[in-house]
Design a protein around this ligand. Sequence first.
Ligand code: SAM
Length: 238
Amino acid sequence: MKVLACLLLFVSGVACAAEADYALARAALIDELELYARQAHGRDDIRIDGPALAAMARVKRHKLVPASERRFAYRNRPLPIGYGQTISQPYIVALMTELIEPDGDDVVLEVGTGSGYQAAVLAELVKHVYSIEIIAALAIRAEQDLRELGYQNITTRLGDGYYGWEEHGPFDAIVVTAAATHVPPPLIAQLKPGGRMVIPVGSRFMTQQLLLLEKTDKGEVITRQIAPVRFVPLTGEH
Ligand code: SAM
């Protein structure tokens, strides 16, 4: 009995130490992103010094990547998550999050749940996140992982995000995390007047442009090119 108790204490001690190491690595990543953001853009319209980094300082990215990738979880780079897909580079997650200007009352749609990381970052900042994933195994895993992390304001589903999620729209913001050849018209329709959408658009297997779309109160759409990016393609029947 005593041996078992000691063993349990030892195992939980090791787990605590590992969590402390991850917390240190996470804090170091946030410092690195702050610096990187200042160097990467000399543009007034791209600022990464606000809520996104504060949210990312709270989200346990190591819990959302496969065990084999965990030791790299707090490096500023994309990582494989299986099925030919990736969890986005933290800097890009920060950029996309800042670009939609998240607000505590917002309801946001994400297309491309993947690991669930971007959804978790958004969920730290907005009222509710709806997220769609087209690969069943990823959708199931992300749902489980996000539940285990305690996120109650994220709803996920399996499906083709090209068509959005009409019953929960219109959305204050839409974040598309896979590269489209064009901006899906159903997503524009499901964006509220005054809403913002970030989406990588361009050729499937080369560099794309990250676009920021803003729908005016009159329903006009203003599009700006933000930065060259590289995402896996938006797939599906469309
Ligand atoms: N946001 C994810 C994260 O934080 O881990 C990263 C997403 S990964 C770069 C792109 C994801 O989009 C993949 O998981 C892919 O299966 C998914 N995807 C591709 N086409 C899709 C579609 N039409 N509808 C929904 N998800 C799609």
